[in-house]
Design a protein around this ligand. Structure first.
Ligand SMILES: Nc1ncnc2c1ncn2[C@@H]1O[C@H](COP(=O)(O)OP(=O)(O)OP(=O)(O)O)[C@@H](O)[C@H]1O
Ligand SMILES: [Mg+2]
Length: 256
């Protein structure tokens, strides 16, 4: 086994607020790990930890055998939210090209023909080539999301971190993205946060359930006991396109 991400007894605090508690997790190469859990459960924090954007308050984290943030170009990250600087007029092409920058070549980097080739190829693959000269502030939510995925992929990372990558996508775009991810997963480790239970259970190889602590890490087999533990409330599970409730309502639940 080749472990690419390793967390050992990790706590994360934001000031006095604890976001993650005693997380121990090993992720193997070429895994496709889905992370589910309620809002505020620490899913984005976990991805940021692996991306090196959040530091653990205690415990240890290794990514590709090194501390996080020390593997330039090897981690692709699609954040849940992308703060657009509206003063800065970037085209789609320029935005994706910035994915070819790493901490080591940030300054005085001139894009090479190889950079442009990689960008053109990824834009074609994600069906956004026709948008290449559009300003990113003009894009729709779903178009923007595909641009961000392209930007994360253009360096051909070893590990891809996706924070709700299909949240704004229509059904066709979603299945297109998942077929691309399946392809990429042949030689790339993918860690994906999603609220979409149907997608999670049918596309990932393993599953982690997170609500400050890790409730489960194993095969993607969801059951009512597990979901009840993680969410503490009923959850709709969409299986094969058919929604069904996997947990009974709590007696005290207020229907809205
Ligand atoms: N920069 C920050 N400063 C202070 N608190 C933060 C910060 N980022 C996250 N938090 C808090 O940490 C907790 C975990 O947040 P996180 O964004 O990781 O949750 P999440 O599982 O991704 O939620 P969601 O499903 O809503 O995206 C939340 O209570 C959140 O308010
Ligand atoms: Mg989040």
């Amino acid at each position: 086994m080749n472990t690419v991400v390793q967390l050992e007894n990790v706590d994360v605090y934001y000031g006095n607020m604890q976001a993650l508690c005693n997380i121990t997790l090993n992720i193997e190469a070429r895994d496709f790990l889905g992370i589910i859990g309620p809002n505020g459960g620490g899913k984005s924090t976990l991805l940021k930890l692996i991306a090196g954007l959040v530091t653990p308050s205690s415990g240890k984290v290794w990514v590709l055998g090194r501390p996080p943030g020390h593997a330039p170009g090897k981690i692709g990250y699609v954040p849940q939210r992308f703060n657009l600087n509206r003063e800065f007029p970037f085209s789609v092409l320029e935005t994706i090209l910035t994915g070819r920058l790493t901490k080591n070549n940030l300054f005085l980097h001139r894009y090479t023909a190889q950079d442009e080739l990689a960008v053109n190829e990824i834009m074609r693959r994600l069906d956004i080539y026709d948008l290449k000269d559009r300003q990113i502030i003009q894009l729709s939510g779903g178009q923007m999301q595909r641009v961000l995925i392209a930007r994360a992929l253009v360096m051909e990372p070893e590990i891809l971190l996706l924070d709700e990558p299909t949240a704004c996508l229509d059904a066709n775009s979603k299945s297109h993205i998942y077929s691309i991810l399946k392809d990429l997963n042949q030689d790339m480790t993918i860690i994906m946060v999603s609220h979409d239970m149907g997608v999670i259970s049918s596309h990932v190889k393993s599953l982690a359930c997170l609500n400050m602590t890790m409730f489960y890490h194993g095969l993607p087999e969801l059951n009512d006991t597990l979901l009840g533990q993680v969410y503490g409330c009923p959850v709709e599970l969409i299986a094969h396109g058919v929604p069904h409730r996997v947990l009974p309502h709590h007696q005290e639940e207020v229907h809205v």
